[in-house]
Design a binder for this molecule. Structure first.
Ligand SMILES: C[S@@+](CC[C@H](N)C(=O)[O-])C[C@H]1O[C@@H](n2cnc3c(N)ncnc32)[C@H](O)[C@@H]1O
Length: 279
């Protein structure tokens, strides 16, 4: 599969502009985002890259900013090298959890030592939404809980949930790359209670979970919350991220329609993670 790397130059180059940019283009198929000294570098499958649509987004950008871009097609094999050279550094969260790749040699001295070789899949912990979800998982008692990780990406959340005692775990992603990468990372971390499947909410039949994690995006979540609610046990919790603080009312409204009550939210920059409970 060919990927296109788009380098955005943002003025101002700040958290708000880069966050809005990432969230907006994520809805058009962009999968990975790296903030840098110019703005954001983002990756999209080449057959999904639509320059006219991108221009329209930038023309109607909902925030005062000047954004220009250049792009080039990259080969699959370059991806790991890019990460190794430039982007993915070990990430330590709350002195409890480290996420690093096999090419790092940071000491594995934390309660949860996670290895992720990201390749094309999203989820190294460096995106605000992943970090917010990680903090929720570190906070809650997941022992013995049947758990679903929707939009698993690298399987980072499912792996940490397993280390925190959750199981059995289903990890689902719509993308073949994510499926392959999730399988690799699960093996790399010696986890044996996660089943990975390719697909979307249509797979959610004849299943029941105590906990559901879904870090995807606003529109997909709004569309699929009813399916998540249908496989959540009474008293079970749904944690979601991939959207902004401003989106909380719309998400809450949809959850309410499906018997889910708002518990709390956390936030970083403009991003948020929310917890809902089924009565
Ligand atoms: C923002 S990434 C999150 C990855 C990881 N869970 C994390 O927290 O870092 C969203 C993932 O959802 C997947 N995805 C997109 N649409 C989906 C859908 N309708 N159902 C399931 N997964 C989906 C994407 O392929 C991507 O891997």
């Amino acid at each position: 599969m060919k990927y296109t790397e788009v380098t955005f130059t943002c003025s101002p180059n700040d958290e708000i502009v880069n966050s809005i940019l990432s969230a907006t283009i994520a809805d058009t198929g962009f999968e990975s985002f790296v903030e840098n000294e110019l703005g954001t570098t983002a990756y999209v499958q080449s057959d999904l890259f639509d320059e006219a649509q991108l221009n329209e987004i930038l023309e109607n950008f909902p925030y005062e900013a000047k954004i220009t871009y250049t792009y080039k097609e990259i080969e699959e094999k370059n991806w790991n090298e890019e990460w190794e050279k430039n982007y993915f550094q070990p990430l330590i969260i709350d002195d409890k959890c480290i996420i690093q790749s096999t090419f790092h040699n940071a000491p594995a001295i934390y309660d949860y030592n996670i290895y992720i070789d990201p390749k094309m899949a999203f989820g190294t912990g460096h995106h605000q939404t992943t970090e917010l979800m990680i903090r929720e998982i570190l906070k809650e008692d997941f022992s013995g809980k049947a758990l679903l990780d929707m939009g698993t990406g690298t399987a980072i959340l499912a792996i940490l949930a397993s280390m925190r005692g959750a199981g059995p775990i289903e990890a689902i992603d719509i993308d073949q790359w994510a499926y392959d990468n999730a399988m690799e990372n699960i093996k790399l971390n010696g986890i044996d209670n996660i089943t990975v499947k390719i697909g979307g909410a249509n797979l959610l039949v004849d299943m029941a979970f105590d906990v559901i994690l879904a870090n995807i995006n606003r529109n997909i979540l709004l569309n699929d919350i009813h399916a998540y609610a249908s496989v959540l046990n009474n008293g079970g919790c749904l944690y979601m991220s991939g959207f902004y603080i401003d989106d909380i009312p719309a998400i809450t409204e949809e959850c309410k329609k499906n018997g889910l009550t708002f518990c709390h939210n956390t936030q970083k920059d403009n991003w948020t993670a929310v917890k809902f409970q089924k009565a």
